[in-house]
Design a protein around this ligand. Structure first.
Ligand SMILES: [Zn+2]
Ligand SMILES: [Zn+2]
Length: 348
């Protein structure tokens, strides 16, 4: 084991603070990554505050990690010292179940191992990316193409793949009308990726406050969900709706926006169950679905896609001592569009 600088939560209510955490020695199939940037995801906040269940403290979160490989184990073949790499929301899985074999490790039947607050296969509790270094099995490390700026690459590892996977699965592309609900970290990625896939994209946001950005990201329309006329105007319009918000929504109203065989996919997770009126599903043979990140192969495909198409998340860079303030701003939706920690500020 060796100690590295990190930012950790010591309880559900205390602010995060600088500390050191232990990383395992680099095993034969492990990669040591010197972390350069770490994104702040809303899930980090839910987790450190115990809102998604009990966690062990101290806890370091962060699952949008990019950095440089500085050491590899003897059996590592996929990565080399000096490579630009990334780590997303999972760092291990059973690798043997049907879902793992299908390249859908995020749906591992034995439970994929989360990048933080999870019990790893060796019994240790995983610690995330608000830290100077991380040791990860080579199979869960992604290649970050050179053309994606380092600091902007971080949000692709969660926000990027979380939106890319359902857009790809439900065939967003030319001739398809896609609505994105919410213009936060996930939503702004969903817009950029769906536009790059060739779909006609509409943003549904609480207000028109980010309309100029949405149109600049390539959306063709932008509507305020606070205005009831929106739901009348857009009835039976969309093939696919990606819902990125993590508060309950009026399911009847949103399902009513789907045209024949349309699907509403939730990627944001409100703590309470959603009430789904079944008659809203009968009309137009609609579907309601969920989606969780993406497999390792698909995450690499997403990174390569973003590099080819020049898709870059819009980030606000912060220092290690600004994380608590950033959390408050995330909770107020006051971020354009993802906070990213410059981990250089954690080295001193
Ligand atoms: Zn996340
Ligand atoms: Zn598995």
């Amino acid at each position: 084991m060796f100690s590295v600088n990190a930012i950790a939560a010591t309880s559900a209510t205390e602010p995060l603070a600088r500390t050191t955490i232990e990383r395992r020695e680099v095993g034969p199939r492990d990669v040591l990554i010197e972390i350069r940037y770490a994104g702040i995801c809303h899930s980090d906040i839910h987790t450190v505050r115990g809102e998604w269940g009990e966690v062990a403290y101290p806890l370091t979160v962060g699952h949008e990690i990019v950095g440089e490989v500085t050491e590899v184990g003897a059996e590592v073949t996929k990565h080399a010292v000096g490579d630009r790499v990334g780590v997303g929301c999972m760092v291990n899985s059973c690798r043997e179940c049907d879902n793992c074999r299908a390249g859908q490790e995020q749906y591992c039947l034995d439970g994929a191992t989360g990048t933080y607050a999870a019990v790893d296969r060796d019994g240790t509790i995983t610690q995330g990316g608000y830290s100077t270094h991380v040791v990860v099995d080579q199979d869960f490390v992604l290649r970050v193409p050179e053309s994606i700026p380092y600091e902007a690459a971080a949000p692709l590892l969660c926000a990027g793949i979380t939106t890319y996977s359902p857009l790809a699965h439900w065939n967003a592309g030319p001739g398809k009308k896609v609505a994105v609900v919410g213009m936060g970290g996930l939503g702004h990625m969903a817009v950029k990726i769906a536009v790059a896939m060739g779909a006609d994209v509409t943003v549904l946001s609480q207000t028109l406050g980010k309309k100029d950005d949405g149109l600049a990201f390539g959306a063709s329309d932008y509507y305020a969900t606070g205005d009831p006329a929106t739901f009348e105007a857009l009835r039976n319009s969309f093939d696919l709706i990606i819902n990125t918000v993590s508060v309950p929504i009026d399911m009847a109203a949103y399902l009513g926006l789907l045209r024949l065989d349309g699907t509403l996919v939730s990627v944001g997770a409100p703590p309470e169950p959603l009430a789904v009126p079944v008659f809203s599903l009968f009309n137009n043979r609609r579907s309601f679905a969920g989606s969780s990140i993406g497999g390792i192969g698909e995450t690499q495909e997403m990174l390569d896609f973003c590099a080819e198409r020049g898709i870059v998340p819009q980030v606000e860079l912060i220092g290690a001592d600004e994380v608590n303030d950033a959390y408050e701003r995330v909770l107020k939706s006051d971020v354009r569009y993802r906070f990213v920690i410059d981990v250089a500020t954690l080295r001193r």
